[in-house]
Design a protein around this ligand. Structure first.
Ligand code: FPP
Ligand code: MG
Ligand code: MG
Length: 303
């Protein structure tokens, strides 16, 4: 457990680097096509949480300290943080097309303003810019690791389009999907589990994006999977991806009646504890402490 006097604000530790990151990203997306540039820059307005680059920076600093007793970020590490944010943004632009979602980060989504075709192209454009930046780092291992996250993102998203017939395989499917879709890019599976709770317990305004959305998208996330152990009538709804009239409402009711949300929380807590345990293998530094705090922050996040 992280005690109160050890609490650090993780964003504070990388504040300057994070602010500079968005300036650098905008320099990268320079293109002669004015509109393409406008779309590609749209989410780099400093309003996003910058959670992934923040994690990359803290992990880099903690590792630097572990090796050299100095935390200062290397240029290549800043580039990796920037590429992670670009890949993430590209995937969100495509995600909102797939999910037909019209709000992101409290503003109109790209597909809402510029429509699907341009949204797809702008996402692809951001990926191409990220690939150029990646090649310039000139490290084969880094190229391999980040290319793997691209594959995982696509595979995770693809897995989500299917349902598992076998009830016992559903949790495994859910975990692999969640790892690929979310944790692979930020190595923090806990955040995704909490996101699936918030879809049931939060509201659009707080989240800056639509909530109560997963069921309508046909998705059986952890709260539903746990609830189905108490209310077996959910199994057939899961298999037909909540498509029948009244399914979404009935499933929400059953999840609310069940211990699905609290079970999911417990599972997220176990993941956090494991993450903190693994962090303890690094030499103690301010950045390591910040990452320990993040594990608990994501559990209690409201948006
Ligand atoms: C958000 O999930 C979506 C992702 C984390 C990944 C989306 C990946 C793709 C669309 C594959 C294409 C990948 C690239 C690199 C272009 P969500 O819909 O559950 O969350 P939300 O509530 O934020 O929309
Ligand atoms: Mg979505
Ligand atoms: Mg989605």
């Amino acid at each position: 457990q992280v005690s109160v006097h050890q609490q650090v604000n993780p964003y504070k530790l990388v504040e300057t680097e994070l602010a500079n990151l968005y300036v650098e990203i905008k320099q990268e997306v320079i293109t002669s096509k004015h509109e393409l540039r406008e779309i590609a820059e749209y989410y780099f307005d400093g309003k996003g949480k910058g959670f992934r680059p923040m994690l990359v920076m803290l992990a880099s600093k903690a590792l630097n300290f572990h090796k050299t007793e100095e935390e200062k970020l290397l240029n290549s590490q800043r580039r990796v943080a920037m590429i992670a944010e670009m890949i993430h943004t590209a995937s969100l632009i495509h995600d909102d097309v797939i999910d037909e979602s019209y709000i992101r980060r409290g503003k109109s989504s790209v597909n809402n303003i510029w429509k699907e075709r341009k949204a797809i192209l702008a996402g692809n454009y951001l990926l191409s810019v990220a690939s150029m930046a990646l090649s310039r780092i000139g490290n084969k291992d880094v190229v391999k690791v980040l290319s793997q996250t691209l594959e995982d993102l696509v595979r995770g998203e693809f897995m989500q389009l299917g349902s598992k017939e076998d009830e016992n395989e559903r949790f495994k499917h859910y975990f692999t999907k969640t790892f690929k879709k979310t944790a692979s890019l930020m190595a923090n599976s806990c955040k995704a589990l909490v996101d699936d709770i918030l879809d049931f317990t939060s509201c659009d305004n707080v989240m800056g994006k639509p909530t109560a959305a997963d069921l309508s998208l046909g998705l059986a996330t952890a709260p539903v999977l746990f609830a189905s152990q108490e209310f077996p009538e959910l199994h057939s709804m899961i298999m037909r991806r909540f498509r029948q009239e009244g399914d979404v409402e009935r499933a929400r009711e059953l999840v609310a009646k069940s211990d699905g949300v609290s079970h999911t929380r417990l599972m997220a807590e176990q993941h956090c504890k494991e993450a903190v345990r693994l962090l303890q293998t690094l030499k103690s530094s301010e950045s390591r402490r910040a990452m320990e705090c993040i594990a608990y922050l994501v559990l209690n996040r409201q948006n």
